[in-house]
Write a protein that binds this ligand. Structure first.
Ligand SMILES: NC(=O)c1ccc[n+]([C@@H]2O[C@H](COP(=O)([O-])OP(=O)(O)OC[C@H]3O[C@@H](n4cnc5c(N)ncnc54)[C@H](OP(=O)(O)O)[C@@H]3O)[C@@H](O)[C@H]2O)c1
Length: 334
């Protein structure tokens, strides 16, 4: 059987008021010939992240936007099928910014080799990859939760949120998770073992939070922004910490992002609100990796993954993040 042609998803124009129409284009271009130092990867899994929405917004950010016509930026994991890089051989596995494509020719120096005897390739995009590290450093370093404190997490059934909720529980905090829908609420209670789980779609979140966190909030890990952030600010305790990890409720229109109207509570409570990205913690990745791997091995933490099969479903998978159709880390199995 002839090998199938490579598939790429390219970003053709920046989204505007018309949404994502015409943003993605599927191409079937041949993989470039390898230069010295390059490897060719056959992709196994591609990570689908809300951060991609920022990467296709031409605004100042922590990395330059994808340019129209380029293969869409994405984390991925794949097997080396050809190598012109010293020390890397066919059969090795690598991860990094591989793009939304079924095969990739990249400089080996831009990638990291992974050990697939230790964990499955997709783990390196999920709990043992950037998702896990973001949860680990965002909660523990930025949020600094102490035993007995109340930690509230939004998008708690998602990739980062589900790990944050579990680390907070392991650290002896009272954990309140917020997610959309009864199914996700049950997942938070039954599988992640949080203390309280709220469905923000069921009734006003400020009212629900006031009941679920009667002693106020010490750490709010924010993945969504908007109304939920305002509700958490309204209950923040003295010297409380708000970790600004993401604001997905605002990503639909990046030109009209709504800021928090309740921010004066930060003054009243001498509270702190701080953003971060993983860029701040690159040197400490081994620490997060070891901690997450140990918690997983001891059964204290689970990595929930939502796998969509087929790279052709990339546009649909991307939309799932915004409709809330994913439970856990959203991945494409190529
Ligand atoms: N700072 C960093 O370095 C960093 C790194 C990774 C991710 N992030 C951010 O962290 C957040 C979570 O990312 P993730 O990869 O873990 O994604 P995720 O939580 O697995 O997926 C996104 C979830 O957001 C929720 N959502 C979508 N629209 C919403 C809205 N309008 N209001 C409230 N919730 C909404 C949905 O869950 P429901 O069904 O519960 O609504 C959806 O499942 C994102 O904001 C992302 O940008 C930041």
């Amino acid at each position: 059987m002839a090998p199938s042609s490579p598939i790429q998803y390219r970003m053709m124009r920046y989204p505007d008021g018309a949404g994502l129409n015409g943003v993605w284009k599927r191409t079937m271009d041949p993989v470039p010939v390898l230069a010295e130092g390059d490897v060719r990867l056959r992709m196994s899994h591609i990570s689908v992240d809300p951060g991609m929405r920022g990467w296709i917004t031409p605004k100042r950010s922590y990395m330059p936007p994808v340019k129209p016509g380029e293969v869409m930026r994405a984390f991925g994991v794949g097997e080396v099928v050809e190598s012109r890089a010293e020390g890397i051989a066919a059969g090795d596995w690598m991860t990094g910014f591989t793009g939304v494509q079924s095969e990739a020719a990249l400089s080996a120096r831009s990638l990291r080799r992974i050990d697939t005897r230790f964990a499955s390739p997709r783990d390196y995009l999920s709990g043992l990859g950037m998702t896990g590290y973001t949860a680990y450093f965002g909660l523990l370093d930025v949020g600094q939760p102490a035993r007995g404190e109340t930690v509230v997490v939004s998008a708690a059934a998602g990739a980062v949120g589900s790990i944050v909720a579990q680390i907070a529980r392991i650290r002896g905090c009272t954990v309140v998770g917020i997610a959309g829908g009864e199914r996700k609420r049950r997942f938070l209670l039954d599988d992640l073992k949080v203390h309280e789980a709220l469905d923000y779609r069921a009734s006003p979140i400020a009212e629900q939070l006031a009941v679920a966190a009667p002693n106020g909030i010490d750490v709010y890990f924010d993945n969504v922004g908007g109304e939920t952030l305002d509700a958490a600010l309204g209950l923040i305790n003295r010297h409380g910490r708000i970790v600004v990890c993401g604001g997905i409720s605002q990503y639909g229109d990046m030109d009209a992002v709504r800021g928090p109207s309740n921010y004066l509570q930060l003054i009243a409570q001498s509270a702190r609100m701080q953003g971060f990205t993983m860029r701040d913690y690159i040197d400490r990745i081994p620490e997060a990796f070891m901690a997450l791997a140990q918690w997983r091995a001891s059964g204290e933490i689970l990595f929930r993954e939502h796998v969509v099969r087929g790279i052709e479903r990339f546009p649909e998978a991307f939309d799932m993040l915004f409709s809330g159709a994913n439970e856990g880390k959203l991945l494409i199995e190529v």
